[in-house]
Design a protein around this ligand. Structure first.
Ligand SMILES: Cc1ncc(COP(=O)(O)O)c(C=O)c1O
Length: 374
């Protein structure tokens, strides 16, 4: 990813106009009511050390939100407020995994799972996430990967980079399997508020199975749905003893998430939701435009993402590798995207476009791409 970013920055320094579709970085400002809450908290003096596990009012609000969104209310001691969602992966892996353990992660999938597992010398098995399966997950295939050494299964629905979702039936089966075999289940739900399917298919979390009391840990965060990437605030919900260890880890490393940031997070989930909902309406328009535009190219096809902010386009018919496609799009059109192989071997032949730019920019980028790839 940094190779692409490096090239992008070099071209920008040379004065070239770049259309940014490479990062999962919303181009919206953080909603005003959220920012105002943080400013007020700072002016009111909420600028000191706070509880390492998170402020009580925020954890209480998270417990209530979990009840309405996931159907169970975790205990306050099952909730940890973290500096971003990424840090949860590192803290959790370092606490529950030992050298020689096996984990199963999605391929293609969010790269941090792989990097952290490699750091701790964990054996990695990859569950293929296939386009033919609408970028869902095949339970039978997953079950075959499980061995006596499997300690953890990682799921991410809606997914980065594919935008695919795992059906609630499959999620229920996975939760049951993990419970039976005493395998930890990490369910990364950072895109749970970013869905494009109708409300009759309500968001389903496999955490409902054990209510995060035994083996399930939820990752969640504010970065994406509330356009708060730079605020660095996330949430882990899990069994009390794991949350306790992660809290001690956090206490001895960063002490706490700044209290005024936590106030902003509190406002995000309890305050006015209109800006957040308006962003989702806009994302849906962008998704529809980008996906239909990509599908109008003879040599590109793109599945309609059900959630998140990514279109994972199949570019195999261009006869270019993912890296070649991305270089050509950047050098000849000024369109920056990420090669699918950044997310695992099964991402080869795909390119990830984040629909985080305006409708006008998407239209311009599509016409530039059309000149080259059509
Ligand atoms: C699937 C997934 N999990 C976690 C994260 C990390 O988010 P945060 O900004 O809260 O660290 C990301 C960010 O792109 C993501 O895509």
């Amino acid at each position: 990813m940094f190779q692409v970013l490096d090239k992008v920055q070099k071209l920008e320094r040379l004065g070239k106009k770049i259309y940014h579709f490479e990062l999962g970085e919303p181009n919206f400002d953080t909603p005003k009511n959220i920012a105002q809450r943080a400013v007020k908290a700072i002016l009111d003096g909420d600028t000191h050390y706070s509880n390492s596990f998170g402020k009580y009012n925020l954890r209480e609000a998270i417990a209530k939100t979990t009840l309405s969104s996931r159907g169970f209310e975790p205990d306050i001691n099952q909730i940890l407020v973290t500096p971003g969602a990424n840090s949860i992966i590192f803290m959790l892996f370092s606490i529950i995994l030992e050298e020689g353990d096996e984990i199963i992660i999605p391929d293609p999938g969010f790269p941090t799972y792989l990097s952290v597992a490699n750091l701790f010398k964990i054996k990695i098995k990859k569950i293929p996430i296939r386009e033919e399966n609408n970028f869902g997950l095949d339970f039978d295939e997953l079950e075959k990967l499980v061995s006596k050494k499997t300690k953890l299964i990682v799921l991410n629905s809606p997914s980065n980079p594919t935008g695919g979702i795992i059906s609630s039936d499959t999620l229920k089966k996975i939760a049951h399997l993990c419970h039976q075999k005493k395998i930890y289940l990490l369910t990364d739900e950072i895109y749970s508020r970013m869905r494009y399917y109708s409300d009759e298919y309500k968001f389903y979390s496999p955490s409902l199975y054990d209510k995060c009391k035994e083996n399930t840990i939820i990752i969640n965060g504010f970065s994406k749905a509330f356009a708060m990437t730079g605020w660095r605030v996330g949430v882990a919900i899990g069994p009390e003893e794991i949350i306790k260890k992660m809290g001690l880890f956090l206490e001895t490393t960063v002490s706490c998430v700044p209290p005024f940031i936590q106030e902003a997070a509190y406002e995000a989930i309890t305050g006015d939701q209109s800006e957040q909902l308006a962003m989702m309406t806009e994302y849906k328009k962008r998704r529809d435009l980008l996906v239909s535009g990509l599908n109008s190219f003879k040599s590109i096809s793109c599945n309609n993402p059900m959630g998140a902010i990514y279109a994972f386009a199949n570019i195999k018919k261009t006869n270019l590798s993912s890296d070649q496609f991305v270089s050509k799009a950047l050098n000849e059109c000024g369109v920056a995207a990420l090669p699918g192989n950044n997310f695992g071997e099964r991402g080869e032949g795909y390119v990830r476009f984040s629909f985080v730019r305006s409708i006008d920019e998407i239209n311009e980028a599509l016409s530039l791409l059309k000149n080259i790839f059509e």
